[in-house]
Ligand binder design. Structure first.
Ligand code: NAP
Length: 305
């Protein structure tokens, strides 16, 4: 028989784990399903400085604490990839890639986003050996060497500060002359002597010698002029897309983000959404936690009625 729950939460990042805390404390039977790493993107973040009450904490430490906290009140956490959410006699039927099926009265989709990958010839081939999407995981391999970072958002600039503590030099390549990152982070990056910022340039080509990355050719978006940044490692932080391929397209916007109401419900009864995968203005740990708490509270109210 398929296992039955009150709530199934898809995604064990800050939104999903907070939903688990609130739903379990409301006495609901909760299952959390995570396809990749518990704690979500947090576990790949070097430092969190804007989570209220904690002035500074490593992303991995906060992810670990949240994962424990999410299970503290009885929620069960399993590993698996959700392929589809269907209906079964008034219940939600959650089907996993491994063939397992779970039933629940409500589902919270809290799957976050996945980073965009670098679209250059040979980029896939060199991912993990010259190109990395995780500064905390791979930064150590590039200590005392030169690193190029692509992007001007919070991820690019925050990870640049971390990588600058290891590398000989960090060059940030930004395609406009405007940063998406918060002003405080931009100020810190500009004040760091190990970091150079090159604006109005796009990555053009990997420079490969003896099967190793030794540089990145970049193109000036105005003049078309091509120059080379000498680097052993390239860290692209060029934004992310929502992980919502298994979600009914009727509740997605044109970019794939879930359209959630103020109580985190969607246009499909019983389906709620929380965190970075919903259409919203501010994607932060604190807003993900906020969404998760609201989603669980809304479900608890509906189920108790
Ligand atoms: P982002 O804010 O979307 O920034 C992506 C950056 O990459 C932008 O500078 C963008 O340029 C550039 N870019 C996009 N496509 C490119 C391409 N093909 N080639 C070169 N450059 C390209 O992404 P993010 O930094 O990953 O952040 C995602 C979300 O998480 C944001 O909402 C962010 O605020 C949040 N976040 C918050 C924190 C924090 O508060 N501590 C930390 C990390 C992330 P354009 O500006 O020209 O589009």
């Amino acid at each position: 028989m398929n296992e039955q729950y009150d709530v199934i939460i898809v995604g064990a990042g800050p939104a999903g784990l907070t939903a688990a805390i609130y739903a379990s404390r409301a006495d609901l039977k909760v299952l959390i399903i995570e396809a990749e790493v518990n704690g979500g993107k947090l576990s790949k973040t070097y430092e969190i400085e804007n989570y209220p009450g904690i002035k500074s904490i490593s992303g991995l430490e906060l992810a670990t604490q949240l994962t424990e906290h999410g299970q503290k009140f009885g929620a069960k956490l399993i590993s698996g990839e959700v392929l589809e959410i269907g209906e079964n006699e008034g219940k939600k039927e959650v089907r996993l890639k491994n063939g397992d099926v779970y039933l629940s009265k409500a589902v919270v989709v809290a799957t976050g986003t996945k980073e965009r990958t670098l679209d250059l010839p040979h980029a896939d081939e060199f991912t993990g050996r010259g190109i990395s999407y995780c500064a905390v995981c791979d930064g150590f391999f590039y200590r005392n060497r030169n690193i190029a970072i692509i992007g001007g958002g919070n991820s690019a600039l925050e990870e640049a500060l971390y990588l600058a503590s290891l590398a000989a030099k960090v060059t940030i390549i930004v395609r406009r002359d405007v940063f998406r990152a918060d002003a405080t982070v931009v100020d810190k990056v500009k004040a760091n002597e190990k970091i150079e910022i090159i604006t109005k340039h796009l990555p053009e080509e990997l420079v490969i010698e003896n099967d190793r990355i030794v540089g990145l050719k970049i193109r000036n978006v105005e003049s078309g002029e091509v120059s080379t940044v000498d680097c052993a490692g390239i860290f692209p932080y060029i934004g992310a897309d929502p992980c919502t391929s298994f979600v009914d397209p009727s509740i997605l916007d044109e970019r794939g983000y879930i359209l959630a109401n103020a109580d985190m419900s969607t246009a499909i009864p019983g389906i709620y959404a929380a965190g970075d995968c919903i259409r919203k203005d501010l994607r932060q740990v604190v807003t993900a936690c906020n969404d998760g708490a609201i989603a669980a509270n809304s479900i608890a109210k509906v189920l108790k009625e």
